[in-house]
Structures are given as C-alpha cells and as structure tokens.
Design a protein around this ligand. Structure first.
Ligand code: AMP
Ligand code: ZN
Ligand code: ZN
Length: 425
C-alpha cells in the first residue's frame, strides 16, 4: 500500500531504486517462497468424516464438533457433487471442479481412450495420475511455496502433475484414528520452514456404519461419537500448541446416506440382457457402456422398465448434475430413486440377498445426500449458521485463506464470501 503510493508520486529515482531492490530480490525468490511458509498463512487442516450426513451431529454427543461450530461457521448442509460417492466428491473438494471436469466421475470408471478401468480398490489405478485431472490443492500450494501433508485423501497417492503432497500415506483403513491425529500433530510440530500449511485427515467410521446398518441405526451414533473423539484429540493437541484460534480447521463430509431396505432392489437382468448393457458401475448411478449398435436397444429395454429407474442418454443427463462433459461418462446413465439399488440376480444370490442397509451415490440434490460443513479460524465468521452451498466452492475458499492463487475451476469465491470474517473475499 505505502509502496505503491510512494511509487506513484516518487519519480524516476524512486523507480530505479525499486527496480534495483526487485532485481536483488529476484535471485532469492525461490528461497523466499519456501520460507514464506514459515511466517506464512495459518495452517489449514481439512478433516473429512466420510458419509457424515448433515444432520448426524444429533445422533450422539459431539463436544468437539460443537466447539468448532460455536467458534466458527456451520452450513445447514453442504451440497455434494454428483455422483454422491467418495472418490468423486473428495476430489471435487480439493480441485474446485465438478466431477465431469476432474475425471474421477465415479468409484468405478471406464475410459474409452485409455481403454482401461479404474476402481477405488485397484491400487495401480488409484496411483495412476492419468485418472486424476485438474489440479488438487496440494499441487497449487506446493507450486506457490507452501508445504503440504495428507493423512489420506483420494488423489494424494498419485503423482498428479508429478507431485504428491510433501507428506502422504498409502491408504490403509486399519490405521487407528488416534495414530492419524497424532501424525497430523507431529507435522504441526515441525520447524516453521518445514511445517505444512495444508493438511488433510480422513476417517471412514460413519460411512462404514451407515452402509452396514443403515443411517438410522444406533451404530451410526457410535461411529459419530468415535469420529468426534478423534476430532477432540486433535483439538486438545491444537490447544497445547496454542494453535486453536490461530489455524483454520474444517470438518466436512463427502455425502450423506439413505436407508436402502432389502425389498427395494431393481434386478437389472429382469429388464435387459446384461451382456448387451455392459455395466461398469452398478449402484445407485448405473453406468452402461453398450456397443454403439446396442445403445438404442438397451435404452428401449430400460426406459420405463421400473418406476425407480430413470435412464438417460449422455446428452440428456440433467444439466444441474454437471455430468456430461467427459469421455468417461457412459453413453447411458441410470439414475436410481433415493433408497433403491440396482443389482444383478447373480450378485443377489452371491450375497444371499443381503445387501447393505444404507447407501449414497444418488442425486446430489436429495436432502439425504447432504453433507457436513464446519469451519473455524481467524479468517472465518464466528457462531454463524449459513444456508446450503455446493462443495465445489471450497477449493477457492481454502486458497483464499492460504493466500495462494487458485487454478481456474467451476467454483467461485463469491459463493462462499459470506463465510469470511471480513466478508470482502
Ligand atoms: P464408497 O462408500 O464406496 O463411496 O467408498 C467409501 C470407502 O472408500 C471407505 O470405506 C474407504 O475404505 C475407501 N477409501 C477412502 N479413501 C480411500 C483411498 N484414499 N484409497 C482407497 N480407498 C479409500
Ligand atoms: Zn464417502
Ligand atoms: Zn460409502
């Protein structure tokens, strides 16, 4: 501010001096950029509680989440991207892109150009950067001199644009929650120049319980209490380090959950020849890749076949889903009504008719698919509850709080400016 005012009225001599200083500084810029992390932005910790529906805080006492909500902002509901699945949504949060633009269009994907399949359980695919388009926040941050770390996040295991976070872990769901939290605290104890400014943390307890028992079962409350305890452990650690109030803390989820009663199953082979339909992803977003000559026949077989199944040709997929603009989106997409699922007869027999009692992946506007959003820290408003907003805007918000330039994307800072303390964006 002062500099620009003086330069404006200062004439040539000042300009020359400025150029000299700039020249001297230029050589040390790389070091300075890295060093900026030392005195740079308050650390930002992003916690994902997989499958934590927007209303699950009522299922158990949640002292840690309550404390964050009281100190900061809570959204009535965070609107996830379509499809409301784990990988697509985690990657939307860190890229600010709809799934059609970041390439992770489902948990199970077919790419017709690569002629390859992706699935979240396939390590070599998960670690293959060709599946992960766009720029995740850790790449944006590292490029601008910040240190980053991840105790699990979809995408962190692939060298996207040649980069992982500075610190990262191969996904292992058996690592106890306490160990994850303690590692994050240990990262925050690193010397200032090495301390990460952006850290992710992930817990799957609530999603596991909601799938197995259904979202209304007491086991979900127990899982809610467990993840709250993990967040509480982190808060206690931040308190000891005097980082509470001096860091940004976000607790979000990727989607909600809806009950899927055992009698609400669409048996696909009752309606269509599976060999022709060529299913790549089953439920609840049904991805069909028939041969071009079979598309009309498969479409005709499934259109109107079941009241809980809507079938779309790719170019007819509703615009509000932001789900057309990718070669990985199938020629035919089945949208399943909330609470229903699709399976093959063989799969049902294999499972003895027993499928999970809860699921997600449905229309992202469905209230039950709504996710959690809490955030607290010096840049955020205190004690505010805000109306629902879309998770695609979070990347820009995080970049703003970290003082870095975001990559272009589908989100907008204006959509979340009301969460900011100064409100100015
Ligand atoms: P879903 O309910 O199918 O959308 O996926 C949830 C599951 O994704 C969790 O139960 C985890 O086991 C799994 N998961 C989460 N993060 C990762 C990761 N980084 N790599 C592999 N699997 C993951
Ligand atoms: Zn999930
Ligand atoms: Zn799940």
């Amino acid at each position: 501010m002062a500099g620009s005012r003086e330069a404006g009225g200062g004439g040539r001599r000042f300009g020359a001096a400025l150029a000299l200083v700039a020249g001297l500084l230029a050589g040390g810029l790389a070091i300075a950029a890295r060093g900026a992390a030392a005195s740079g932005p308050p650390p930002l910790v992003l916690i994902s509680l997989d499958g934590f529906r927007w209303d699950f805080m009522a299922r158990a006492p949640t002292p840690a989440l309550d404390r964050i909500a009281r100190a900061g902002v809570r959204s009535e509901r965070l609107i996830p991207a379509f499809p409301t699945k784990t990988f697509p949504n985690h990657y939307t949060v860190v890229t600010g892109l709809y799934t059609e633009h970041h390439g992770v269009v489902a948990n199970n994907i077919y790419d017709p150009v690569l002629d390859a399949r992706f699935s979240l359980g396939d390590r070599s695919a998960v670690e293959d950067p060709r599946w992960w388009l766009g720029e995740p926040l850790w790449v944006t941050a590292r490029r601008q001199g910040l240190v980053t770390a991840s105790f699990f996040w979809p995408g962190s295991e692939a060298p996207i644009q040649g980069q992982h976070p500075d610190h990262w872990r191969t996904y292992d769901g058996s690592v106890p929650n306490e160990e994850r939290v303690d590692q994050v605290l240990a990262w925050l104890d690193l010397p200032p120049a090495e301390r990460p400014s952006f850290i992710t943390l992930y817990f799957s307890d609530v999603d596991d319980a909601a799938h197995r028992h259904g979202p209304d079962h007491p086991a979900v409350g127990e899982a809610v209490a467990r993840v709250d305890a993990a967040v509480g452990r982190l808060l206690a650690g931040l308190d000891r380090r005097r980082l509470w109030g001096r860091s940004h803390l976000f607790v979000i989820s990727d989607h909600g959950s809806i009950a899927t009663p055992p009698d609400q199953v669409i048996v696909l082979d009752d309606h269509v020849d599976l060999a022709k339909a060529r299913v790549v992803d089953w439920s609840p977003a049904l991805a069909l890749w028939p041969r071009p000559e079979d598309v009309d026949e498969v479409h005709a077989a499934l259109a109107g076949a079941h009241p809980a199944l809507e079938i779309f040709r790719k170019h007819e997929i509703p615009e509000r889903l932001h789900y057309r603009d990718s070669r990985r989106i199938p020629p035919l997409l089945g949208l399943v009504a909330g609470g229903w699922r699709v399976a093959s007869r063989a799969y049902l027999e294999l499972r003895g008719g027993r499928l999970g009692l809860g699921d997600h992946g449905f229309d992202n506007q469905l209230e039950e698919m709504g996710a959690l959003f809490l955030g607290a820290g010096p840049g955020l408003r205190a004690g505010q509850v805000v109306p629902p907003f879309e998770s695609v805007h979070l990347y820009g918000l995080f970049c703003h709080l970290l003082g870095i330039e975001p990559a272009p994307g589908d989100g907008s800072l204006a959509a979340v400016r009301h969460l900011l303390r100064d409100g100015s964006g």
